[in-house]
Design a protein around this ligand. Structure first.
Ligand code: NAD
Length: 294
């Protein structure tokens, strides 16, 4: 009988996650399951790191020659000055969730939006040439807007409520219209309180996307859509919310006959996109879903 000597040996490459709090993260389980399934010699570990330790930790990661790491709150923006370069996904969203170390050169990427777009594709929806109404302008909504524009979305109408995030919505629209020279996406911003404009923009959109935490615990049972007559059967409705898996918005949309896409796929695919950047291999997503979410 051959002995089980485990997966870790002298050649194992480290991939980390730098965030706080961190104990709830699903990323270590997801990536280590995928490494094991594909027989890849990497190990993924979570490190409790806040803004104060971040610079030292990045210096240490570079010195150790790790293959890369994920970054989550509160470090997604603070990490930028410690990196060597940014991919467009991170440059235009102003945040990084994945770092790749190529022989000492650290490149920041934002795979949240890539995961969102890829998940839509998995559901048979190609965003190229489409119009989207997006609600929100925070950490989840911003990369959705930016990456969708990078990947050929024709038009986006961003609605944000009158809180600290409204200015960020204005800034996202400016970036899409002015800074993203290779994108032809036309962006507009409106206050979420303007329900008549919301109705009109949804009516001329192919996709309605909720990029806010409305519907997620502890706001379970709430929806960004108050009047369900804004929904119609050929509208595609997606939500960043994954807990519960079927948010109030998706319940409303299902009832109206819309195609619905929940936030679980975006979460798994943002990890799959990072996995691919580090390993050059496709994450076995069906296997991950089966092991972790079914
Ligand atoms: P954030 O705090 O950065 O942004 C919150 C956004 O929601 C802002 O635009 C804010 O204006 C808006 N908002 C908050 N309360 C609102 C309300 N009552 N009505 C209308 N708008 C409201 O948060 P975030 O990091 O963007 O996270 C938002 C949600 O997305 C959370 O539930 C988070 O768990 C989820 N999320 C999902 C994924 C995924 O992969 N599916 C990834 C990241 C975040």
């Amino acid at each position: 009988m051959t002995k089980d000597l485990g997966r870790i040996n002298g050649k194992t490459q480290l991939i980390g996650l730098l965030a706080t709090p961190i104990g709830h993260s699903l990323s270590p389980t997801m990536h280590n399951l995928a490494f094991k399934k594909l027989g890849l010699n990497y190990a993924y570990l979570a490190f409790e790191v806040g803004n104060e330790q971040l610079e030292d930790v990045v210096t240490g990661m570079r010195a150790l020659g790790v293959r890369g790491f994920n970054v989550s709150m509160p470090n997604k923006m603070k990490i930028i000055p410690y990196l060597d370069q940014l991919a467009d996904s991170a440059k235009f969203s102003g945040a990084v969730n994945t770092v790749v170390n190529d022989n000492g050169t650290l490149t920041g990427h934002s795979t949240d939006g890539m995961g969102y777009v890829r998940n839509l594709k998995e559901h048979g929806v190609d965003i190229a040439g489409k119009k989207m109404t997006l609600i929100g302008s925070g950490g989840a909504a911003t990369p959705i807007a930016i990456q969708s524009a990078l990947e050929g979305l024709a038009e986006i109408s961003i609605f944000a409520r009158n809180d600290a995030f409204f200015e960020k919505a204005v800034e996202n629209v400016r970036i899409i219209n002015e800074d993203m020279k290779d994108s032809n996406c036309k962006a507009n911003v409106y206050p979420l309180e303007d329900q008549e404009t919301l109705r009109a923009e949804i009516a001329s959109s192919d996709i309605l996307a909720n990029g806010t935490g409305v519907g997620m615990k502890p706001f379970e049972g709430l929806s960004v859509i108050e009047d369900v007559s804004m929904l119609r059967p050929d509208l595609i409705v997606s939500d960043v919310v994954y807990n519960p898996v079927k948010s109030k918005l998706l319940e409303q949309a299902e009832e109206a006959g819309c195609k619905t896409i929940n936030g679980l796929g975006m979460m798994v695919w943002q990890g799959a996109m990072a996995f691919e950047l580090w390993t050059g291999k496709e994450m076995p997503v069906a296997y991950i879903n089966e092991q972790m979410f079914e």
